[in-house]
Write a protein of this length. Sequence first.
Length: 607
Amino acid sequence: MALRIEEYGMIGDLQTAALVGSDGSIDWLCLPRFDSAACFAALLGGDEHGSWRLGPAEGGRCTRRRYRGDTLILETEWDTPQGSVRVTDAMPPRGEAADVVRVVEGLGGRVLMRTEMRLRFGYGKVTPWVRCHEGHLSAIAGPDAAWLDADVPLVLEDAAAHAEFSVGEGQKVTFVLTHQPSHHDRPPKPDALDAIADTEAFWTDWIEDLRYEGEWSEAVRRSVITLKALTYAPTGGILAAATTSLPEEIGGVRNWDYRFCWLRDASFVLQAMLGTGFLAEAKAWRQWLLRAAAGDPAELQIMYGLDGLHWLPENVLDWLPGYEGSAPVRIGNAATRQFQLDVWGETIDALHLARQADGMPDEDAWDLQLALMAFVSENWDRPDDSLWEVRGEQRHFVHSKVMAWAAFDRAVQAVERFGLDGPVERWRELRDRVHAQVCEQGFDASRNTFTQFYGSKGLDAALLLLPQVGFLPWSDPRIVGTVEAVQRELAHGEYVLRYDTEADSGVDGLPGKEGAFLACTFWLVDALHGIGRADEARELFERLLKTRNDLGLLSEEYDPRTGRHLGNTPQAYSHVGLVNSARRLSGAHSAKDPHAVERQGTSEGKG
C-alpha cells in the first residue's frame, strides 16, 4: 500500500533532493539535479521503477523520526520485539558529486535489517548495467553512473542489490550511493560518518544567520531550512517543489511538474528571506531573477529552469501509473507558453522590494525594469490566463490587473523615492486608469466583493492580496467585504481553495477538483489580521501549523476531510506563507525590525 504524501521526509544537498518514506524507503531521487530524470521513481509507480529500502527485515513503518536539530539530517527509528535501530539519512552538500549517505545504528538488542536498492534511470524506464565488485556495486546506463559502497556484502539479483545483516547496540553499518556522469572518472568516496558530521556542521553554521525573534520559532526555523533545501545552489534559484505529478486530487489529472522556479514567487520569497536575515540567499535569488527575466520583455515567462532555462516542454511518462493511479505523470510544464499578466507586476514588485533592502545594489535592475514597464504599458489591458495557469478561456482576471497596477505604482515610487529616471507622468496616469477600471469592472457592489475576473460571480483567493500590494487599505469596506466573501465562499473546512473549479463554468478548463491551497490559507491568516480579526487569524495559523507532517513539512494542498496532504511536496510557496504569516502575527515585520521589508502601495483607495 502506497505511503501517504505526508509520510515522506526530504533530504538534500542544495542541488537535488530525495524523499524518504516512513518505511525507510527512498522512493524519489533525481540525479544530479532537482530537474534531472529520477533514478528512484517508485513514488509515481512501484518498486520496479526504482527505490532503495533500508529498514528492519520484518518491514513496516517507523516508530518515530525527526530531523537532527536544525539540519536536514533525517533520523528514523524502529522499535521491534528484538531491539531498536536507527537509520540516519543525509546528502552532504559537497558539490563535487551527488551522494546519499545512510547509516544504520543499533540502539538496543539485535535487529535483523534488510536493504534492497533498485536503480532505474530515466524515471524508471532504463535498467542499468549493474556489476558487483569487492566492497561496492556499480551501475551504468547512458549518461548516468552510480556506485554503492556498503559495509556488508551485497547480492545482485535482477539488477538490484540486496543484503541482510543484523546490528547490535552500538554497532554501525554504512552505505554510500554516489552519482557522476558516466564519462567522468569515479569521484572519491566520502567517509560516511565524516559526511554526516560535515552535513551537520553545514546546517548548524547556516542557521546561525537566522534573525527572527517572534513566536513560533521552531516552525519558522524548519520552514527556512526547507526553503534553503529547495535552493539550487549553483544559481540561487528556488524551485517550487522537489517533485512532479503528485496529485491535487487522488486519482485525478491535475498533476504538474513543480521542479522549476516561478517568477511570481519572487517577492514572497524575498519577504521571507530578507525578513529572517538571510541576505545572501535574497541576493542570490534576485540575481537569478535578473538573469532569467533578461531579454525581450514580451517573451517573459512565468517560470524558468533552475539555471534560467526557457524551454520546458511538457511531456507525459506513460510507463508510470502515477501516485495511487493519478495519471498522467507529467514532466516539463506547458504553462510556460501562457500569457499571465501578473508576472510582470510581480517581477517589478520583487525588484522594488530588493531596492528597499540594505546591501542589495540596483545597478542593472532599473534598465530591466524600464524594459518591463514598456511592455506593461502597452499590454495591461489584454485578457490573460491568471496566476493559477487555468487552461480555459483567457479573461480579464482581477488579480492580474491589480499586479499591472502594482507595476505602475512601483515604477512611480522608484522615481519619487529613489530618484531614478523614467516617464513618471505616464505611469501615474496608467496607474490611476487601471485602478479605476478594476474598481468599476472587477467589483460586485451587490455582494460587496471583488471578483475573480470582470463580470464574474466567482471568487479567487488571490483577491486577498489586494491590500498586501497596496491597491486599497485594509480598512476599506470593499476589502473587508472581499475577505469575508472569500472566507465564506472558498472555505473548504477552515482552509481556502484557490477558486471554485466549478464556478463560471469552464474557466478552469480541467475536470475534477482539488484540495485547499495552503499558501492561500496563509493569505487568509494575513487578511484576517489586516482587517482587525487578530484572534481569529492566530487560531487559523495555529491550525495550519498542525497541518504540517511530523517533520514540519507542508505540501501544496490539504484535504480537511481526510487529513491528507495533496500536490507536490515539500512546497516552497506553503513554507514562504508560513514564514511571512508568522512574522506578521508576531510583529516581526514591523518598522522596528531592521530586517523587515514590506511592500507599500501609494494608493489612497481612489476609485
